[in-house]
Every structure is written in structure tokens, then in C-alpha cells.
Design a protein. Structure first.
Length: 256
């Protein structure tokens, strides 16, 4: 087995068994530093878009639609082996979904990212061939002292119930700045919370994308978010031409 095949097998096995995978050092240190500087500027800017979130007690601040509003961010990430990793996991023709965001100082509690669609009466996310993932680049280390990343319940992407209290301790994903964290949208997860004040240089910044295996569930998910309140960016959304030129020759699908 080649090194490539071994990596791809381990990636798929981790996502299948645990509901998440950690890919170390996908971004070069210089790229990571550049991205963090870029996000600091974005969140200091007074530019506001409908649907963005500002200083929410739980969610922090969120800037929506990285593809159209923050091209320097997605270009820096897509210049890595990012798309190849997703093709290993989801297939050569995987679907890149419209949902993307920049996060600052968000510290949410336990949840599945499918909770909202399940509350709306949908069940397609439990179909065996539904494989929709969140993709996170955290731009700082995930430490016990300052947080900075993700805490998960391994294997909970296979469990359709909430069997624990909010005080439940999970597994702290040991990500460093520039690592890639991929997790199934059914996985129970939350932010790792800091244990005290967080210095400015340790503040939490992250970039999120979403992707899906190329099947009917990708369209079902897009149809669902089109009807969600707050998803104002979906009104007239299209992927910008540079994203189309980069992805389509590789067989990657773009759905809107």
C-alpha cells in the first residue's frame, strides 16, 4: 500500500468510526499566519452584511459567505491540498456547498449540526448514504487553558439521541494552527472553552466550509437552508467565477 493509499484509508476510517478526522499541518505556517492576520482585519472592519452575527454571547462573531466576500481567505486555503483531501474522503466528484463562514470567539455548547433540520421534520441526514461534513481550519492551538478548537463525542454521528448532560466531557481534538478538522454534521460537538481570560494573541479564529458526497442529499440540504431564517446570503447566491474555474476541471460539483 502506498503512502497516499494509507493516508486515504486512515482518513476514511476515522470519519467512519469516530465521525471526525484531523489532518495535521495542511496549511503552511506562513499561510496560517497570513490567514490569521486577514481575519483580525475582517473582524475589526465596520463593513456589515445582512445575516452576519456580531458579538453573540454564545456564537461570538460570524462573517458569512467566504466565497464572495473574502476571496483572499478561500484562495489561500484552496492553494493547499485541501481539495485533494476532500476528494479522498467524499469522492472525486464531491459537492462543495455554498455555506461558509469566518468565526471569532465562538464558544457554543453541545449540539449536532443536523439539529435544526431534524427539528424542522427532516430525516434525510440519517440515510446511510448521507455524508455531509463540516470543514474547519482553526488558526490557533486547541489548548486546555485557552480553548481554540473542537470537543467531540466520538462515534455520536451514529446515535440519534442526546444521552448526556451539558457538563459532559468529550474528547478535545488536538488541533494546532493550520490543521484541518473534518467532522460529520451528525457528530455531537461543541467548542473547547477556555478556563480563564484569553490573551489577544490566543483569541479564537476559524474558517469553515461544508461539503457533501455527490448524491441527492446535497440538494436536500441546500433546499433546507434556502428556507432558513437568517440565511440571507442564499438569496441570489452563486459561486464566483474563480471558484468555478478552480473546481470544475477537477470534477468537483458546485450546487446552489
Amino acid at each position: 500500500m502506498s503512502e497516499y493509499e494509507a493516508f486515504a484509508k486512515a482518513l476514511r476510517q476515522s470519519c467512519q468510526d469516530n465521525g471526525f478526522a484531523l489532518v495535521k499541518q495542511l496549511l503552511a505556517p506562513e499561510t496560517t499566519r497570513h490567514l490569521r492576520e486577514e481575519l483580525v482585519k475582517v473582524f475589526a472592519s465596520e463593513t456589515r452584511y445582512p445575516g452576519d452575527i456580531y458579538d453573540n454571547p454564545s456564537l461570538g462573531s460570524i462573517r458569512i459567505d467566504v466565497f464572495n466576500r473574502y476571496p483572499a481567505v478561500w484562495k489561500a486555503i484552496f492553494d493547499s491540498e485541501f481539495l485533494k483531501v476532500l476528494q479522498m474522503l467524499l469522492g472525486e466528484d464531491f459537492v462543495l456547498l455554498p455555506e461558509s463562514a469566518l468565526h471569532h470567539r465562538g464558544y457554543g455548547t453541545w449540539h449536532k449540526d443536523t439539529d435544526s433540520q431534524q427539528k424542522a421534520g427532516h430525516r434525510f441526514h440519517w440515510e446511510p448514504d448521507c455524508d455531509i461534513v463540516q470543514i474547519a481550519f482553526y488558526l490557533q492551538a486547541n489548548t486546555p487553558e485557552y480553548g481554540g478548537g473542537l470537543e467531540v463525542i466520538p462515534g455520536s454521528h451514529r446515535v440519534d439521541m442526546r444521552w448526556y448532560e451539558e457538563s459532559q466531557k468529550g474528547y478535545r481534538v488536538p488541533s494546532e494552527a493550520g490543521d484541518l478538522v473534518i467532522f460529520n454534521t451528525r457528530l455531537d460537538h461543541k467548542a473547547c472553552w477556555p478556563t480563564g481570560p484569553v490573551p489577544v494573541e490566543k483569541e479564537k479564529y476559524a474558517v469553515f466550509f461544508m461539503a457533501s458526497r455527490n448524491n441527492a442529499h446535497a440538494r436536500q440540504y441546500i433546499d433546507f437552508i434556502r428556507g432558513r431564517s437568517g440565511y440571507l446570503f442564499m438569496d441570489g447566491f452563486s459561486f464566483p467565477e474563480p471558484v468555478q474555474r478552480l473546481t470544475q476541471p477537477r470534477g468537483i460539483q458546485l450546487l446552489v
